[in-house]
Write a protein that binds this ligand. Structure first.
Ligand code: UD1
Ligand code: MG
Length: 474
């Protein structure tokens, strides 16, 4: 007997109520597509194989899965036409051709991302112990929903599941509902879905008809789960509600792991972000997106948006900074109002201040660019100082070119560095200079128009204006 389940994910539905160009299972909760939530749950529950049943936009969904897990790691079964959940499973059975009848198959809804993997493991265990070879999750929704109702006999044995659209008014009064998650022995699954009929209100093949078959074998095992955990997403209101729950859980997990949040309800951490170290501090309005990670004691202040950023311990990201695909070293200081674009690397103790934009730039230890600069395709040596208003002119309209500023160099304010160009170790660039040639080590480079002072010019100018009714000021 096999212990590890094969997991089928039902994900072919059209998701009409999303009113979207995007397949429902590609809509995201906390930065992760719904289908990925289901695959993660399956894997965490020890799935030996994961098979996603796809229909709508299957190629796009396949690409997302292949990019994340490696080509073919998540298997795909196609359901070209959506004729119901039972039909979806029929379409997946050929992929299970070589599996033994006693194999346990867990079937998950692809649109309910909050299901805990422990719940899947519990379903699998209940299926193993059940004489009928079927276990399913029930739930008691706190508000009216159009779920299938669990019909039990007087002895409490589950007799069948009746879909809302097929239910009588008495059946609709039943509060115990089908959550849409199952574990079933493959032998029974094969037999049960082979004989499904579409003689029902929706003209579909209902997977839920398995319950009636199991009643003849002694009745399915039923595990009750909180509605919040199993509720599926049908429209964007559901998407927002589930996202709120997912984010709260993510935040609570990180707070328990030692992260302080000034205002958890205003802190947005993607499911794939982390690790976040101990004593990390997050201000209100912080977004940690993608695979962003933060070292111990890192401080990310209000309104910062970090996407795929690696921040080392003790770094301080000041308010309203936007960083993407960047690596920030320990005790570095960024912001306020800094924009680090992809390929930015800031080493230990280096600083980027307000209105500094960087792209593909490496700022080595202790280097500083504190105000108003654009640094693109640049290498900036240790302890170099970049004055306010410095611009690397990295683009000639066709190609990008590199600027190298060596260790300890001092770039005066309002300088332009026309790349490709190198400023040597310890060299000075005078303020307002346009550098077009390499600067040797320890040199001073000065390239600006010589200053002329015209004595008394300003007074003469004002007098001339005075003839046009502008008063002279002393
Ligand atoms: C289903 C259950 C219902 C349960 C509810 C819980 C059936 C017949 N009914 O109803 O008892 O209370 O879930 O949410 O199963 N799908 C396919 N192919 C299809 C149809 C659906 O892959 O042809 C997928 C959908 O993408 C979705 C899942 O199956 O992920 C559930 O389908 P949905 O149409 O939402 O089922 P419900 O009518 O809500
Ligand atoms: Mg539904």
């Amino acid at each position: 007997m096999q212990d590890k389940p094969v997991v089928l994910i039902l994900a072919a539905g059209l998701g009409t109520r999303m009113k979207s160009e995007t397949a429902k299972v590609l809509h995201e909760v906390a930065g992760r597509p719904l289908i990925v939530w289901a695959v993660e749950t399956a894997r965490a529950a020890g799935a030996e194989r994961v098979i996603a049943i796809l229909g709508h936009q299957s190629e796009t969904v396949r690409e997302v899965l292949d990019a994340r897990y490696g080509a073919g790691e998540v298997e795909i079964a196609l359901q070209p036409e959506q004729k119901g959940t039972g039909h979806a499973v029929q379409c997946a059975l050929p992929a299970l051709g070589d599996e033994p009848d006693d194999r346990i198959v867990a079937i998950l809804s692809g649109d309910a991302p909050l299901l805990a993997s422990e719940r899947v493991a519990a379903l699998v265990a209940a299926c193993r112990d059940s004489q009928a070879g079927l276990a399913l999750l029930s739930t008691h929704p706190p508000r009216p929903v159009h779920y299938g109702r669990l019909v039990r006999n007087d002895a409490g044995v589950l007799q069948r599941i009746v879909e809302h659209k097929d239910a009588s008014s008495e059946e609709r009064a039943i509060q115990e509902m089908n959550a849409g998650f199952y574990a079933v022995r493959l032998g029974h699954l094969r037999a049960d879905v082979a004989g499904l009929s579409d003689d029902n209100a929706q003209g579909e093949l209902y997977l839920t008809d398995m319950a009636a078959h199991a009643a003849q074998r002694g009745g399915a095992a039923v595990i009750d789960a909180p509605f919040e955990e199993v509720s599926g997403i049908n429209d964007r209101v559901d998407l927002a509600a589930v996202t709120t729950v997912a984010r709260r859980r993510i935040n609570e997990d990180w707070m328990r792991a030692g992260v302080t949040m000034a205002q958890p309800e205003q802190t947005f951490i993607d499911a794939d972000a982390g690790p976040l170290g101990r004593d990390v501090w997050l201000g209100p309005g912080v977004h940690l997106r993608g695979k962003t990670s933060l070292g111990d004691g890192a401080h990310v202040d209000a309104g910062c948006v970090l996407t795929d950023v690696e921040v080392a311990s003790g770094a301080y990201i000041k308010p309203y900074s936007v960083l993407s695909e960047a690596v920030i070293g320990s005790a570095a200081e960024i912001g306020p109002f800094t924009h680090c674009r992809p390929g930015t690397q800031v080493d230990e103790g280096a600083k980027l201040g307000n209105f500094v934009e960087t792209k593909k730039t490496h700022l080595m230890a202790g280097a500083k660019a504190n105000h108003l600069a654009y640094l693109g395709d640049a290498s900036i040596g240790a302890k170099a100082n970049i004055g306010a208003g410095t611009i690397t002119c990295n683009y000639d309209g066709f190609q990008k070119h590199k600027t190298v500023i060596e260790a300890g160099a001092f770039i005066g304010s309002d300088s332009q560095l026309v790349a490709p160009v190198t400023v040597g170790r310890g060299a000075y660039v005078a303020s307002g200079t346009t550098i077009t040639r390499d600067v040797p080590r320890s040199a001073l480079a000065l390239a600006r128009v010589k200053q002329i002072n015209k004595e008394g010019w300003a007074d003469r100018f004002r007098d001339a204006q005075g003839k046009r009714n502008v008063k002279r000021e002393d």
